[in-house]
Design a binder for this molecule. Structure first.
Ligand SMILES: NC(=O)c1ccc[n+]([C@@H]2O[C@H](COP(=O)([O-])OP(=O)(O)OC[C@H]3O[C@@H](n4cnc5c(N)ncnc54)[C@H](OP(=O)(O)O)[C@@H]3O)[C@@H](O)[C@H]2O)c1
Length: 335
């Protein structure tokens, strides 16, 4: 029997910060699965800052969202009807078909996740793309080694929180920044970073000099903007920067750091990366992260909002300093 589903579509392209008018909601009928297909009800979905870029027109490393079409993003769902023996009803699967309640897809496009070992939402966060981004940026891009000092911006967010924890597990010193006093306390008390500060309270460079008097070896950049500029001054000779995100510039692009020339004298290496180029590393990452999560050495912190209607607001919130999330922003869609 066909089943009714709600979805969130791109209504128009934002100028600057997205607003509610840029999104629309639609009800659709989802037909039964054909041979080799399954019908899935999404249980939870991810909300990610990079989606802001996909709301713009034009070519990037991922196609732009199309006006009038549903948005896309990572989601974990439960198979509710199956025409594929490998994915029986009840199996939990990871897809890129979030922003909708129910979908039909070829079973081969979906990845099974083991919800007996970790909550479904963990596969969107610390065990998913989020955790892999942190791991790849730290150890493959920046080549972080035990005993080194790393600074991470947006440290209380999803990727940033994973960076803090993974770096500490690898025997590194961690300096991390976030907006509010509550987030700074979270960094200090729960993630146990060595020095945490608010980038809105005083000059970031003063904090970096206090938190890492000998300088930093690696900067894991989630924000760009003033914190990148401060990090360039604080980096040691031959320091490395993993350019992961530039959220300070997503809504309103701004010129780059004024002091880029210090990279010459210090022989710095700044390297951008996109996690989707590194998916083959997922098994190696999970071999480390899943046992760490199960043993309690790695925590999966999430901020959960309820229902599809809340999803656009959650995305808009992420893109501002002082966003409401601690850890991974997740939208819960069903039990
Ligand atoms: N390269 C890749 O493959 C890849 C993959 C995943 C994510 N990313 C990037 O990694 C970064 C973090 O992503 P995430 O999913 O973990 O999101 P997140 O950190 O959980 O959420 C975004 C955070 O950014 C901070 N923020 C917002 N506007 C800011 C501004 N103007 N200046 C400084 N901080 C600001 C907010 O924290 P505060 O409250 O502390 O301001 C917010 O909580 C993003 O830049 C994202 O695009 C890259």
């Amino acid at each position: 029997m066909p089943i009714e589903s709600h979805e969130v579509r791109l209504a128009s392209r934002p100028q600057g910060a997205p607003t509610a008018e840029n999104f629309s909601f639609a009800t659709v009928e989802v037909a039964e699965p054909g041979p080799g297909e399954v019908m899935v009800r999404n249980v939870c979905m991810s909300v990610d800052p990079y989606m802001r870029g996909r709301m713009n027109e034009g070519r990037s490393y991922v196609p732009a969202f199309e006006i009038g079409k549903p948005l896309e993003g990572s989601a974990v769902g439960r198979v509710i009807a199956s025409r594929d023996a490998a994915l029986p009803v009840g199996t939990h699967v990871l897809s890129f078909l979030g922003w909708r309640e129910v979908y039909v897809a070829a079973a081969a496009r979906l990845q099974v996740v083991d919800v007996s070992r970790a909550a479904a939402s963990a596969y969107l966060g610390v065990l998913g793309i989020t955790g892999l981004t942190a791991w790849v940026g730290l150890f493959r891009v920046a080549g972080l080694k035990a005993g080194e000092t790393v600074f991470v911006s947006a440290g209380a967010g999803a990727v940033g929180g994973a960076v803090c924890q993974l770096a500490r597990l690898h025997g590194c010193r961690v300096v991390a920044s976030a907006s509010s006093a509550a987030k700074v306390e979270y960094l200090r008390e729960e993630l146990k970073v060595d020095y945490a500060f608010s980038y809105l309270d005083g000059a970031p460079l003063d904090h970096l000099r206090r938190g890492a008097p000998e300088g930093i070896h690696v900067y894991f950049d989630n924000t760009g903007g003033p914190q990148l500029e401060a990090a360039l001054y604080a980096l040691r000779d031959f320091g490395r920067v993993a350019l992961c995100g530039g959220i300070a510039n997503y809504n309103t692009p701004a010129p780059g750091p004024r002091n880029l020339t210090v990279a010459i004298g210090k022989r710095l290496r700044l390297e951008g990366f996109i996690v989707s180029d590194h998916m083959k590393e997922m098994p190696a990452f999970l071999a480390e992260a899943l046992p760490a999560l199960e043993s309690g050495r790695l925590a999966s912190r999430e901020t959960v909002v309820e229902g599809l209607e809340a999803a656009p607001g959650a995305l808009m919130d992420l893109l501002h300093p002082g966003a409401g999330n601690v850890g991974k922003m997740v939208v819960k869609l069903a039990e």
